[in-house]
Design a protein around this ligand. Structure first.
Ligand code: AGP
Length: 609
C-alpha cells in the first residue's frame, strides 16, 4: 500500500526521501510526492504515476531544506492524480501531512471545515488532517496534533510537518505500520524497514496510539494522553541485500529460489534435534488448553487463505480438531459464531492486511483466543494477537507471495503435529516418521527447482492462452487454488482452479480443444478419481499438464506433459507441487512481458479495505 518516509537532520532531506520511496516502490502505488521545510515556506511537489515522474518535476529545482516527508500513494479515496497525491497541506501551506490508511469520518469533518471557510483541492480523506491542524493550532504543535488525533476516526500512520516548527516531525500510528530509524544527528521515518535499513538498523516500531516527536538528535514517544512511553530499540537483523534481488531478474524469482532456506529457517528451532517431536516455544500449549477449544477458525486473505485451507487439512487430519477456514473480508461481517472456546488463527505474511487485522480484532471482541501466523516481527497483527508464531521467510518483496506460502504451510504442519503430540492423536512412531520426511523437504524443494526448463517451455507454449484451468482433489485442490492465483495475478491470464470432482457440474462446458488444464494428481487417497477426471478433460481435447509424484508411471499414459516432484508423504507434498506452479506463473508472465514484481492494480500489503 502507501509508502511513507521522513527525514530530519543536517543533510538535504530530498536525497533520503527519494531513496527511501524507491525502496518502498514494491508496496504498490499510483502517485508520489515530497514536502521539504525550506524555512520561508514548505516546498511541496507531487506527481501521478511512477517515482520517475516526480523526479522529472524536481530536476534542477530540488529543495535545500533538511527536514522533509515523502509518500507513495495507492488510491483509496479519490482517483490517482497530482492533486490527490500526498503530501497534503492546509489553506496556508504551513501544515503538511502524509498518511497511510483511511480516515473513516472524513466526510463530516470536511463538511464542517468547509462551512468554516476551508478550501479543499483534493478528493482524498487525508486532506482533512492538515486543515484540522490549521483549525486547532495555537502555537503548541504537539498539543495541536493530539487534538487532531482525537477528532479523526479510522486507521492511519501519519507524519506531520509544520513550517513554524522546523525542528520537529510528529508521527502518529493507528492500525498501519510506522517505524522511526535512529541515526546520529539525524533520524528517519518510514512505513517499512527496507526504506531505512541502509541508514540505520536501530529502530522504534510504533504501536497503536503512540506518537513520536522526532527531532534531529532526539526521539520522544508519548501516548495519546501525552504521557511518556518507554520504547525498546528494535535492532533489524536482516541485511539490506536481503531486500535486493541478489542476482535474480526479479524479486519473485529470487524468493521462489529462497524457499528451501526459508522453509529450513522456519523449521529450524521447532524440530527437536533427535527428531522425536515438534516444539513451539512461543506457545506453551497443554492438554487443558486444547481441551478448552471446541472450534478453530483459520482466517486470512489471498495466498494466506490458501495456506489456511491446507492448515485446516493438517489440523483435522493430525489433531482431530474441527477447523473452519474463512476469508477475512467475509468473516468480519458474518457475525461469526465465536466465543471463549474458539481459537482463531489468522495468517498474514505482512501482518498488516486490513481485513485480517479487523477479523482478528472482531474475534478478540467476541472472546476468542487468538494466534497470529505472520512473517513480519512487530507487525500490527503480530501485536494484536494473544500469541504469535513467525514464519522466518525473510522480507518478501514481490507482490506475488511465494516463500511466505510455503513457510506458512510448514508452520501449519508443525502446529498441527504439535497439537497432535499434546493430544496423543498421532503415535510417537508416526510423529518420528513425519519429522524425518519434514526434514527432507528443503532439499526436495531445491531438487524441484533444479530443472525449470520444461516449465519454461510450457510457459512459452501456453503463455498466450487467455484461459487456463487447474484441477485437483483434496490437498491437490487447495494447491490448485494457489497455482491459479499466481498465474492470474502476475500474467493476467484468466486462470480458474476447480475441484476436479466438480467439473461435470458445470465447468466441463468450458473445456474445449486446446485449452490448457494443469492437473494435480498426488493424493493417493483419491488418485483413481483424479485420473478419471483427467480422462474427462482429455476426452474433450484439452492439453493436460500433470503434476505428479516421482515414480508415478500411470499418469503419463494419459497426459501431454507431466512434471514430477520428489516423492514424500501426501500431507507434505503440497510444499513441492506448488513450486512448479509458481515457476509456471513466473515464466508465463515473462513470456507476456508483464511487470512481475509489481503487477497492475495490486499491492504487496493491502492495508486498506
Ligand atoms: C498473494 O500472491 C497476493 N499478493 C495476496 O493475495 C496476498 O496473499 C494477500 O493480500 C494477503 O496478504 P498477507 O498475507 O500479507 O495478509
Amino acid at each position: 500500500m502507501c509508502g511513507i518516509v521522513g527525514y530530519i537532520g543536517d543533510k538535504k532531506a530530498v536525497e533520503f526521501l527519494l531513496e527511501g520511496l524507491t525502496k518502498l516502490e514494491y508496496r504498490g502505488y499510483d502517485s508520489a510526492g515530497i514536502a521539504v521545510n525550506c524555512g520561508v515556506n514548505i516546498f511541496v511537489e507531487k506527481a501521478v504515476g511512477r517515482l520517475d515522474a516526480l523526479k522529472e518535476k524536481l530536476k534542477n529545482r530540488e529543495p535545500e531544506g533538511t527536514v522533509g516527508i515523502g509518500h507513495t500513494r495507492w488510491a483509496t479515496h479519490g482517483r490517482p492524480s497530482d492533486l490527490n497525491a500526498h503530501p497534503h497541506t492546509d489553506c496556508t501551506g504551513k501544515f503538511v501531512v502524509v498518511h497511510n490508511g483511511i480516515i473513516e469520518n472524513y466526510m463530516s469533518l470536511k463538511e464542517d471545515l468547509i462551512s468554516r471557510g476551508h478550501k479543499f483541492i483534493s478528493e482524498t480523506d487525508t486532506e482533512v488532517v492538515p486543515h484540522l491542524l490549521e483549525e486547532v493550532y495555537k502555537g503548541d504543535f504537539i498539543g495541536a496534533v493530539r487534538e487532531v488525533l482525537n477528532k479523526i476516526e479510522g486507521s492511519y500512520s501519519l507524519v506531520f510537518m509544520s513550517k513554524d516548527n522546523p525542528e520537529t516531525l510528529i508521527c502518529a500510528k493507528q492500525d498501519n505500520p510506522l517505524v522511526v530509524g535512529l541515526g546520529k544527528g539525524e533520524n528517519f521515518i518510514a512505513s517499512d524497514i527496507p526504506a531505512i535499513i541502509s541508514k540505520t538498523r536501530d529502530t522504534y516500531i510504533l504501536n497503536d496510539g503512540e506518537i513520536a516527536i522526532v527531532k534531529k538528535d532526539s526521539v520522544k514517544i508519548i501516548n495519546r494522553r501525552g504521557e511518556d512511553v518507554q520504547k525498546k530499540v528494535f535492532r533489524v537483523t536482516w541485511n539490506a541485500e536481503a531486500a535486493e534481488k541478489g542476482g535474480y531478474e526479479h524479486f519473485m524469482l529470487k524468493e521462489i529460489h529462497e524457499q528451501p532456506k526459508a522453509v529450513r529457517d522456519t523449521m529450524s528451532e521447532r524440530v527437536l534435534k533427535d527428531g522425536s517431536a515438534i516444539v513451539m516455544e512461543e506457545l506453551h500449549w497443554d492438554k487443558n488448553f486444547l481441551d478448552s477449544i471446541n472450534k478453530i477458525y483459520i482466517v486470512a486473505c489471498g495466498t494466506a487463505y490458501h495456506a489456511g485451507l491446507v492448515g485446516k487439512f493438517y489440523i483435522e487430519k493430525l489433531a482431530r480438531k474441527l477447523v473452519e477456514v474463512d476469508l477475512a473480508s467475509e468473516y468480519r461481517y458474518r457475525d461469526p459464531i465465536v466465543d471463549e472456546k474458539t481459537l482463531v488463527i489468522v495468517i498474514s505474511q505482512s501482518g498488516e492486511t486490513s481485513d485480517t487485522l479487523a477479523a482478528l480484532k472482531e474475534s478478540k471482541r467476541l472472546g476468542a483466543k487468538t494466534l497470529a501466523v505472520t512473517n513480519v516481527v512487530g507487525s500490527s497483527i503480530a501485536r494484536e494477537a494473544d500469541q504469535v508464531v513467525y514464519t522466518w521467510a525473510g522480507p518478501e518483496i514481490a507482490v506475488a507471495s511465494t516463500k511466505a506460502y510455503t513457510t506458512q504451510l510448514i508452520l501449519m504442519f508443525m502446529l498441527a503435529l504439535y497439537m497432535a503430540q499434546i493430544q496423543k492423536t498421532v503415535s510417537p512412531e508416526r510423529t518420528r516418521e513425519l519429522i524425518e520426511l519434514l526434514k527432507k523437504i528443503p532439499a526436495q524443494i531445491s531438487e524441484t527447482l533444479s530443472d525449470v526448463d520444461p516449465i519454461k517451455t510450457f510457459a512459452r507454449q501456453y503463455g498466450f492462452n487467455e484461459d487456463v484451468f487447474y484441477i485437483g482433489r483434496s490437498l491437490d485442490y487447495d494447491v490448485a487454488l494457489e497455482g491459479a492465483l499466481k498465474l492470474k495475478e502476475i500474467s493476467y491470464i484468466h486462470a480458474e482452479a476447480y475441484a476436479s470432482g466438480e467439473l461435470k457440474h458445470g465447468t466441463l462446458a468450458l473445456i474445449v480443444e486446446g485449452v490448457p488444464v494443469i492437473a494435480l494428481a498426488t493424493q493417493k487417497s483419491v488418485y483413481e478419481k483424479t485420473l478419471s477426471n483427467i480422462k474427462e478433460v482429455k476426452a474433450r481435447d484439452a492439453v493436460v499438464i500433470g503434476i505428479a509424484a516421482a515414480g508415478d508411471t500411470e499418469l503419463e499414459k494419459y497426459l501431454d506433459h507431466v512434471i514430477f516432484v520428489p516423492e514424500t508423504d501426501e500431507l507434505l507434498i503440497p510444499l513441492l507441487t506448488v513450486v512448479p506452479l509458481q515457476l509456471l506463473a513466473y515464466y508465463a508472465a515473462i513470456t507476456r512481458g508483464c511487470d512481475v514484481d509489481k503487477p497492475r492494480n495490486l499491492a504487496k500489503s493491502v492495508t486498506v479495505e
